[in-house]
Structures are given as structure tokens and as C-alpha cells.
Design a protein around this ligand. Structure first.
Ligand SMILES: [Zn+2]
Length: 475
């Protein structure tokens, strides 16, 4: 059977042989060269040396947003000089990271991927042999550039952090920390950033979203209410009369502005963020149960994230904790500390029927031609509560927006559920303003966690920032 007809039947076969021989020579040449000159170095070298060797052969890949924006790229000038550029300047500094002065963020965690080329291996070989660099793989993140910019602008000149994530997957859509710095100029501004006068007092290098430890204030009532509901199946019968303050052994706990909230059930106490009600609830709780609940929510544990993060802490013990500390802790003061990312994860567990997903920021790796090299999948971090418990707290968080301290969010096109917080942190300084929440209430797509340092109430300072983010996402 004749498969091909050619005018000159010998010619294509010769061509094929030439190509084949050519490739074989190229491959043998390359592998000999690699074995002699490269592999020993690459295999035996320490991490730093290995990346130096890789960077001699590879032009570092780009970091991209989920919506295709370039967040970091390497530009090569006509003399071959490479410059790492960050088109968004300060906006993504902490989450994307920097390249110089000690890599951080995605620049650090994905370093080897950015220095690995998965384009056609013959192209890599050829480039290598003729002494040219190959393009490294690109890291495509879960970040939404538009949302990040909105969150960055909404924080204005305040210090603080914003985390936006997708509760069903754990995808981080935005992560802002302020004050920030411009990673394009890191070498020039390094001294100032690390000097005791300017830099250290502002802690610009710290990613407040993952490393900043703050008292949770009334956002912690989510967990206090959960423990109460768990211990008291008749929680709907809860009845308390708030007189604006409550005393215990010389300690007074006030409601905001000493406002007397009057008679209230649990949902009303939660919606109005009644401190005296929750401090009183705290006294009734089984501290072993409360401690386990908080540990199930990953307090006192490392968060399952690739980025540098601090552990939140919850220190109440059955023995050794005073009643005063218990009352303070129940309203989010005391010794409890939480990061904005962790508070987003707690909210996401409520929004996602009790399942807390692992937050992640890298969606997939592409080669320079756009071919997929590796895709990252969502993973479960914890299942701290049942779907029924999540629904009970979710409905209380909804009432915060319809009838409580976050009614500023009640005129949006989407139904929001959330909790405000105003966390005291120092004498004679305004509170840290918090808001945690999710939307749409019936079918949660995003979780927002906002903290603004030392400005006042969550209702006045954090809720308006959350509102801008929710508007940008849904409207
Ligand atoms: Zn009250």
C-alpha cells in the first residue's frame, strides 16, 4: 500500500534524516554539556547557588493577576541588563513581594518556578547552546487587580489591612497592607524603611494582613456566640437587659458610649454589639469548650498558607484565667490576638457552611507561551462547626446589617452579613476599627476582612471601606 506519492521520493526522507541527525547531535551535545558543565553544579549547589545558576540561563517569569494584569515582570534592555518591574508600584507590594533586599511574597515562594522554563525543551536547549536565556514560567495568581486597587484606595492614608477571599475555595482575591512601599525603588528606599525614625515606626515592610496581630474586639463575638449556642440548645430564649455597663470586682465593662440597649435576645445583643450582654455570656461558658472551639478555628496554630504569617492567640484556660479575663475575652479584648487573614478565614467558615478552606494566592503556572504547567486546587483547612451552627451565626451576622451596627451596608444591591468591631488597644488612643463580612448572604461569593488602626469604631471607619469593596465587586 502506498501512503505517500512524491515527485522526488528520496528528498523528504533525506530531509527527515537531516532533522533527526541534527536533533540527535543537538541533544547529545546538550546532555554532554549539561552533565559536564551544569548538572553537578545544579544538583550539588545550595538553594542560593542553584537559583544563581538558573538565573544565568532563564529570564525570570512574570507574576500576573487572575484578570491578566502584569504585577511583576523582568525587562531586559539592549545590553542584556535585567530590571524587575512592578507596574502597580505600592499596591501589591506585600502579597506579590519584592525581588531585591531579600525576596518576599510570591517572589519568594514561587522563586524556582519563575526561574524554570517549560517552553519546548528543544527551544531551551538551543537557547542554552547559543548562550541565550530562555523565558521563565509565569505565575498566575488568584488576585483581582481591580478589587485590590479599590481596597488599596479605600484604606486611604490610614494604617491597616484588607483581605478579600472566596469562601468556597479559599482563593485570595485581594490582600492590602498599609502603609506600603514601592518595590521598584526598594534598593534606594531600603535604608529609610529600616531606619528607626521613618521606617520601623510605620512597619511598612510588615504584611499586616498576615502578620499583624490585633485584638479582635467585637468581631470575636462570632465565636463567643457560637460557643453559647453550642452549649445552650435553648439559646433563642436568651434574655438580657442592658443598662449600658456592668461591674465585676471593681472592673466595669461598658457598651459603646454607655448606651443602655435595654431588653434583648441573643440576636439583638449580637446585632447591636452589646458588650455587657456578651461579657455576661462569657462568665457562663465552659472554658474547655470555648478553648477547643477556638483551636478548631485555628487559634494558637500556624495558618495553612504559603506566605509568612503569625499565629493568632487565645489564652483562656479553665484554671488560671480570672473571671475578669473571661469577661474581657468574650468581647474580644483580654489577651486574644488575631490577624486580618485569620479573621477572614473565620468569616469564610461561617459563609461556607462550616468548612474553612485553605487560603491560596497562586492559581496556576504557565509557560511563556501560555501553556499550563501546573494548576493548584482548593483544599480544606478545618471544619470547626456544623452547617446548622454556621446558619445560626450567619443569620445573626445578617441582622448586624439589617438592624445593628452595619446598617450602612443595607442599601447595597446585594445582601450582606457581617460583624463590626472597635478594638481597644492602648490608653487614650482611638480603637482599631474592624469589619468582617460576606455577601451575598444567601449564596456567599466573597468574604471581606478590614482593619483600620487607631481611628475609632468599626461602624464608622471599617464598614465604609468594606462597602466600597462590595460595591466594586457586585455593582
Ligand atoms: Zn449593651
Amino acid at each position: 500500500m502506498k501512503l505517500f506519492t512524491h515527485k522526488d521520493p528520496k528528498k523528504p526522507i533525506y530531509n527527515l534524516i537531516y532533522i533527526f541527525v541534527g536533533l540527535t547531535v543537538l541533544m547529545v551535545g546538550y546532555f554532554s554539556y549539561f552533565l559536564i558543565a551544569r548538572s553537578g553544579e545544579v544538583i550539588n549547589s545550595a538553594y542560593n547557588k542553584r537559583q544563581d545558576i538558573l538565573s544565568e540561563r532563564i529570564v525570570r517569569g512574570s507574576i500576573l493577576s487572575a484578570d491578566g494584569e502584569v504585577l511583576a515582570k523582568t525587562v531586559v534592555d539592549k545590553d542584556g541588563k535585567e530590571t524587575r518591574e512592578y507596574p502597580y508600584d505600592e499596591v501589591f507590594a506585600h502579597v506579590v513581594g519584592r525581588y531585591s533586599k531579600g525576596k518576599t511574597g510570591i517572589e519568594e515562594t514561587e522563586n524556582i518556578r519563575l526561574l524554570t522554563s517549560n517552553i519546548n525543551s528543544f527551544e531551551v536547549m538551543y537557547s542554552d547552546l547559543i548562550g541565550e536565556k530562555s523565558p521563565g514560567d509565569n505565575v498566575v495568581t488568584t488576585l483581582n487587580a481591580k478589587l485590590q486597587q479599590v481596597a488599596y484606595d479605600a484604606l486611604g492614608n490610614e494604617k491597616g489591612a484588607v483581605v478579600v477571599l472566596e469562601p468556597s475555595t479559599g482563593k485570595i482575591l485581594a490582600m492590602v497592607s498599609k502603609p506600603s512601599y514601592d518595590p521598584n525603588n526598594i534598593d534606594e528606599i531600603w535604608e529609610e524603611l529600616t531606619s528607626s525614625e521613618g521606617g520601623k515606626t510605620n512597619s511598612q515592610l510588615v504584611n499586616r494582613a498576615t502578620q499583624g496581630l490585633y485584638p479582635p474586639g467585637s468581631t470575636f463575638k462570632v465565636l463567643t456566640a457560637l460557643e453559647y449556642v453550642r452549649e445552650n440548645p435553648d439559646y433563642v430564649d436568651y434574655d438580657y437587659t442592658c443598662e449600658g455597663k456592668t461591674k465585676y470586682e471593681g472592673m466595669t465593662i461598658h457598651c459603646y458610649n454607655n448606651k443602655a440597649h435595654g431588653e434583648e435576645d441573643l440576636e439583638e445583643s449580637f446585632a447591636k454589639s452589646c458588650n455587657t450582654s456578651f461579657a455576661t455570656i462569657g462568665k457562663s461558658l465552659d472554658l474547655n469548650g470555648f478553648y477547643s472551639l477556638c483551636e478548631d478555628f485555628l487559634f494558637n496554630r500556624s495558618l495553612p498558607v504559603t506566605m509568612e504569617s503569625n499565629k493568632s492567640s487565645f489564652t483562656l484556660q479553665t484554671s488560671g484565667s480570672s473571671v475578669k479575663e473571661v469577661m474581657q475575652t468574650a468581647i474580644g479584648q483580654g489577651n486574644t490576638l488575631v490577624t486580618p487573614l485569620h479573621n477572614a478565614m473565620i468569616t469564610a467558615a461561617v459563609a461556607n457552611q462550616g468548612v474553612m478552606m485553605k487560603p491560596y494566592v497562586v492559581d496556576h503556572i504557565e509557560n511563556a507561551n501560555g501553556g499550563i504547567v501546573k494548576t493548584y486546587s482548593p483544599g480544606t483547612a478545618a471544619k470547626p462547626i456544623t452547617p446548622a451552627e454556621a446558619n445560626i451565626i450567619g443569620s445573626m451576622m445578617r441582622s448586624v446589617v439589617t438592624d445593628g451596627t452595619a446598617t450602612k451596608l443595607d442599601n447595597l444591591s446585594v445582601e450582606v452579613a457581617g460583624k463590626t468591631g472597635s478594638a481597644d488597644h492602648a490608653e487614650n488612643k482611638p480603637a482599631h476599627a474592624w469589619f468582617i463580612g460576606y455577601a451575598p448572604y444567601e449564596d456567599p461569593q466573597i468574604v471581606v476582612s478590614v482593619i483600620v488602626e487607631s481611628v475609632g469604631t468599626g461602624s464608622d471607619y471599617a464598614v465604609p471601606i468594606a462597602k466600597k469593596i462590595l460595591q466594586a465587586y457586585f455593582e
